[in-house]
Design a binder for this molecule. Structure first.
Ligand code: GUN
Ligand code: ZN
Length: 438
C-alpha cells in the first residue's frame, strides 16, 4: 500500500534561478499563501493551492496543518566539515595558522570510530535542527571518520555526500596518508558507500598545498574510474594560501589550474570559497561544470575575503551556499544568507530574498547536480522540507507584521531568522526534528 501524507501551510519554492529580479511575480517564484504539499512514499506528488486540491484528497485523509507557518524545501549546505564541530568559534587566526593551531589537532581524534560516531550524531542532529537536510561534508584523513558519518546519515535516511580527506604533505605526520593509501582507502569507501540508500561519495583532497602531484593524480584516477563520484576541495580562499600555491606549483597558471591540470574539474566538482579567481578561472569552472561553494560566515570569521557572486553568475558558474563549519561560526544557512547579503553589500551587489533562497535550495541542488531529486517541490522530488515559524523571535514577529510584500517578508525572515524559527524538519515526508519551543 502506498502511503500519502498531506501538509498544509503557506508554501514557497523556486522553479528556476530568479536572477537579479526583485518583482514578486517573477516566473521563478511559486508561492501558495494557503498551500498543500502531497507526499507519497517519501516523494512529492503534488503542490498547489488548498482550495484547488482539497476535493481530490481521499475522504479519510489526515492533513498535517501548520497554521501561520511557511514550508520551504530543505536547505542544502554545499561545504561543511563535520570533524570541526567541536572547534567552531576558535579565536584569533587566519586560515594557515588556524589549520595548524586548531584544525589538525582536532581532526587527529577521528581515527577512533567511537569518537567519530559521537560527533557525527551531534552534527547531523544539529543540521536538522537548523533546517539543513543535505550537505557536502569533509571527513578527516581517517576512513573511520567516513564510516561513522555515513552510518549516522544512513540511520537518519539523509541524502549526504562525504569523503575521506587526502593529504600527503605539509601537515603533521599523524595526519598524513600517501598517494597509494589515499587511493586504496578512498576506493574501498566508494565501493562500500557510494549510491547506498541516499549516500554519495566525494573524492576529497584537502587543498593543493597538502597534496603532492602524485596524490592529485590519484584523485584524478579515482574520478576517471568512478565518473559519478564528487570532487570536493578548497580553492583560492586566502591570499597567503594563494601565494603558497604559486610557490608549490610554479608551472600552473593559477591555483584553480592546479586542479584543472590534474583533471579534477568536471560536473560534481565543488570548490569551496573560490574567492581569488580571475576571469580565465571562472570561464574554466563554467566550461568544466565545476561549482563554487560560497561560504560567507567562514570568509568573514577567518577573515579570508569577499566572494564575487555577480562575476561567478555572469560567467555561468554554478554556486551553492556553504556554512564551512568550523571556519564558519554557524550551522545555520539562514545566518549564511544574512552574511551573504553583507558580503555582497560591501561589493555594491544586492542579494534579493529570491536569490538568497535560491542559493540555499535549488541553487545548491544544481551545484551538486542533485536538482532532479532536491531543491524544490516538483513532482517526484524527495520530500525533504522545513517548516518555518515567523514568530520565532519577538523581533521577527514584529518586523514581519510591518512587512508589505512577499519579498519584504521573505527578506526579513532570511535576515533575522535562526534555529528559533525552525519549527520542524521533515525527511522523505517524515518528521526528523520538531522544535520543542514552538
Ligand atoms: N583549506 C584547507 N583546509 C581547510 C579547512 O579545513 N577549512 C577551511 N575553511 N579552509 C581550508
Ligand atoms: Zn572548508
Amino acid at each position: 500500500m502506498s502511503k500519502l501524507r498531506v501538509f498544509r501551510a503557506a508554501i514557497l519554492h523556486l522553479l528556476d534561478d530568479p536572477k537579479q529580479s526583485l518583482t514578486s511575480d517573477i516566473a521563478a517564484v511559486q508561492y501558495f499563501s494557503d498551500g498543500l504539499l502531497l507526499v507519497r512514499d517519501g516523494l512529492v506528488e503534488k503542490v498547489g493551492h488548498t482550495p484547488d486540491l482539497l476535493s481530490s484528497l481521499p475522504v479519510d485523509c489526515e492533513i498535517i496543518h501548520f497554521p501561520e507557518h511557511l514550508i520551504i524545501p530543505g536547505l542544502i549546505d554545499t561545504h561543511i566539515h563535520y570533524p570541526q564541530t567541536d572547534m567552531i568559534a576558535a579565536f584569533g587566526e587566519r586560515l594557515l595558522e588556524w589549520l595548524e593551531i586548531y584544525t589538525f589537532p582536532t581532526e587527529s581524534q577521528f581515527g577512533d570510530e567511537t569518537h567519530a560516531a559521537e560527533v557525527a550524531a551531534f552534527f547531523l542532529d544539529e543540521l536538522l535542527r537548523q533546517g539543513t537536510t543535505t550537505a557536502l561534508v569533509f571527513g578527516t584523513v581517517h576512513p573511520a571518520s567516513v564510516n561513522a558519518f555515513f552510518k549516522a546519515a544512513q540511520a537518519r535516511r539523509l541524502r549526504m555526500i562525504a569523503g575521506k580527506v587526502m593529504m600527503d604533505r605539509n601537515c603533521p605526520a599523524y595526519l598524513q596518508d600517501t598517494p597509494d593509501s589515499a587511493y586504496a582507502d578512498s576506493k574501498a569507501l566508494i565501493d562500500q558507500w557510494h549510491g547506498k540508500d541516499r549516500l554519495l561519495y566525494a573524492v576529497t583532497p584537502r587543498f593543493a598545498p597538502t597534496s603532492s602531484d602524485a596524490q592529485l593524480a590519484k584523485a584524478g584516477q579515482l574520478l576517471h574510474e568512478y565518473p559519478d563520484v564528487y570532487l570536493h576541495t578548497h580553492v583560492a580562499e586566502n591570499q597567503d594560501e594563494v601565494a603558497w600555491v604559486a610557490e608549490l606549483f610554479p608551472k600552473s597558471r593559477s591555483y584553480l589550474d592546479v586542479y584543472h591540470q590534474h583533471q579534477l574539474l568536471k560536473p560534481r566538482s565543488v570548490l569551496a570559497h573560490s574567492i581569488y579567481l580571475d576571469q580565465a578561472d571562472r570561464d574554466c569552472m563554467a566550461q568544466t561544470g565545476a561549482a563554487a561553494a560560497f561560504c560567507p560566515c567562514s570568509n568573514l570569521f577567518i577573515g579570508s575575503g569577499l566572494f564575487n557572486l555577480k562575476a561567478m553568475q555572469d560567467s555561468g558558474v554554478r554556486v551553492g551556499l556553504g556554512s564551512d563549519v568550523g571556519g564558519g561560526d554557524s550551522f545555520s544557512l539562514l545566518q549564511a544568507t544574512n552574511n551573504a547579503y553583507k558580503v555582497l553589500q560591501l561589493q555594491n551587489q544586492k542579494l534579493s530574498a529570491w536569490q538568497a533562497l535560491y542559493l540555499a535550495t535549488l541553487g545548491g541542488a544544481r551545484a551538486l547536480y542533485l536538482d532532479d531529486k532536491l531543491g524544490n517541490f516538483l513532482p517526484n522530488k524527495e520530500a525533504d522540507f522545513v517548516v518555518l515559524n515567523g514568530k520565532g523571535t519577538p523581533l521577527l514577529e514584529r518586523r514581519l507584521a510591518k512587512a508589505q510584500s512577499l519579498h519584504e517578508k521573505l527578506f526579513a525572515l532570511l535576515m533575522l531568522a535562526d534555529d528559533r524559527s525552525i519549527s520542524a524538519t521533515y525527511i522523505l515526508g517524515e518528521e526528523a526534528y520538531c522544535n520543542p519551543n514552538t
